[in-house]
Ligand binder design. Sequence first.
Ligand code: SAM
Ligand code: SF4
Length: 365
Amino acid sequence: MIKQILEKVDQSAELTPDEIRALLGISDPEELQALYDCAYRVKEREVGKVAYFRGIIECSNICVKDCYYCGIRKSNQNVERFQMDEEEIIREALWSYENEYGSAVIQAGERKDPAFIDMIERVVKTVKEKTNGKLGITLSLGEQTEETYRRWREAGAHRYLLRIETTSPELYAKLHPEDHDLEERKHCLALLKKTGWQVGTGVMMGLPGQTSEDLVNDILFMKEFDVDMIGMGPYIPHRDTPMGKEIPPYTDEQKQTALTLGLKMIAVTRIVLKDINIAAATALQALEHTGREMGLKCGANVIMPNVTETEFRPSYTLYDNKPCTDENSSMCRGCLTARITGIGETIGFNEWGDSPHYAKRNAHG
Ligand code: SAM
Ligand code: SF4
């Protein structure tokens, strides 16, 4: 059965929801390897064997929201809050440019106050000016108004990441306080499209109470919504959160299970959505040292090395045992480059690496 489905994939045929479910249900090691190899062939055919770097700048851990899974949620009193100043963010973006990363991602907890919105707008404009428009800028700053999305887009950023987290209304309600709304999240994704962004979304896998049916629906949602990029990763508990408190630290076996689920989701998403960009999330590396490279071998084509100053890194702890919190940016660049070329891929230095899907979406109007 699995063999036939993978043959269908090799012939570029569309899969049915039942076939997607069957792929996500694979547990036999040989079939798993066949799935990963098949996803890699799709990746090679659709987007090439090139990994793109996006230097991620985690510029603030101040957040107005209170997601039950996240280590920097508003109610966590055990976090030292920080907000980088403008010069700092600009310096790190320029570091990414000088190190030929092609793009930078500015990510933070959610803030909607005018001072923050103005500051991000100025930062984006300045980075664009200082790099002659050459550094691609992705933002990942949560739910905002249409006007804010428009202003940041006009300032020069062009990609936005807003994970839907899960498309199951019941599960979403369990993961968030009452005033966090799945429909609002979807509305924001629609606003991002309307205001001309290359839009990225994604989910967490391995959430307590999540079923394989939920994951099938997540993939179908991402396909239907016609997203350009995906950033998804395993859920990892954080001890100071309402959800993490309930869960003892993962055993090695649980880590392995979470990693396999993460890799399977990447592979099946590549197979179903084909020509999009998929990031190998840092959370994969928290489960296994080479987790992100494994993600590339299963169909991901984007890596987001941390370029945040080492002093701020420990304060941006979304989950326990987040990797590289004690390394500096140059160490990350060196070790990642060696590991990626070691698996036979090239790195798209100095390129934006936009998803071919976005170009096609625009060409079709
Ligand atoms: N505040 C913005 C937002 O939520 O869209 C951007 C920053 S937020 C920290 C980025 C992502 O971190 C979220 O979309 C969520 O999926 C992920 N995240 C938070 N807590 C996590 C955890 N415990 N395990 C894995 N991923 C987590
Ligand atoms: Fe805030 Fe994002 Fe964490 Fe939710 S996931 S608490 S919005 S930083």
